[in-house]
Design a protein around this ligand. Sequence first.
Ligand code: NAP
Length: 218
Amino acid sequence: MTAEQAPTRTIGIIGGTGPQGRGLATRWAVAGVPVTLGSRDAARAAEVAAEVGHGVRGASNEVAAASEVVVVTVPWDAHEVTLRALAPALRGRIVVDSVNPLGFDERGPFALPVLEGSAAQQAEALLPESTVVAAFHHVSAVTLADLEVTDLDLDVLVLGDDRDAVDVVVGLAGLMPGVRGLYGGRLRNAHQVEALTANLIAINRRYKAHAGLRITDV
Ligand SMILES: NC(=O)c1ccc[n+]([C@@H]2O[C@H](COP(=O)([O-])OP(=O)(O)OC[C@H]3O[C@@H](n4cnc5c(N)ncnc54)[C@H](OP(=O)(O)O)[C@@H]3O)[C@@H](O)[C@H]2O)c1
């Protein structure tokens, strides 16, 4: 979908002051989408939004949660407590979970077990009145933020049980140059997509890269 075809929706990013939130905000703002970076500290969000530029604004996570599409980019260990607190504010929203439950030790990155199956399924359990979609697990925050990279050259797997919400997020992925959003299965398949990030980080470390995925023959 091109920027012209995509409906303009407002995007809020919970935990948007970190590298992943900044990178996603940069690309969507450049594509003309109104983006609000959320933070536990609205003043910090405003500072980071000013650094990101392109019309991005900063606010509390609660205010960001009032956007039409809300992307979650907090660390895994903050996922449950953050979503539990924001559940009322996220009612009726499309919530896009991009959190990877990973651990790191002297042997590198590894996937953590999650009681609910995946971060996305934990979000679904915590947010019964929101529509949860999982996406953007494999995009590199570094290349997102670097506007000199004019072709991000990757597919974004979009998982979810609500076809309309999946299509919205596929469209948002397609606003980034060189990115194609692809339906990647139902939310119960999110675990292996989140876990695969550990493999990609290992690849990045070995080959000094920002590796992304391409799905062939689609
Ligand atoms: N970095 C990447 O390349 C990348 C790629 C794909 C997916 N992801 C996923 O995206 C998520 C964010 O990654 P990141 O590197 O941007 O993370 P990060 O910088 O560690 O955290 C992002 C933001 O989360 C908020 N936060 C931190 N601790 C918190 C807590 N205890 N409670 C509530 N909020 C907290 C902070 O914002 P405030 O202090 O302003 O509230 C912080 O700026 C991770 O789950 C990661 O798996 C990252």
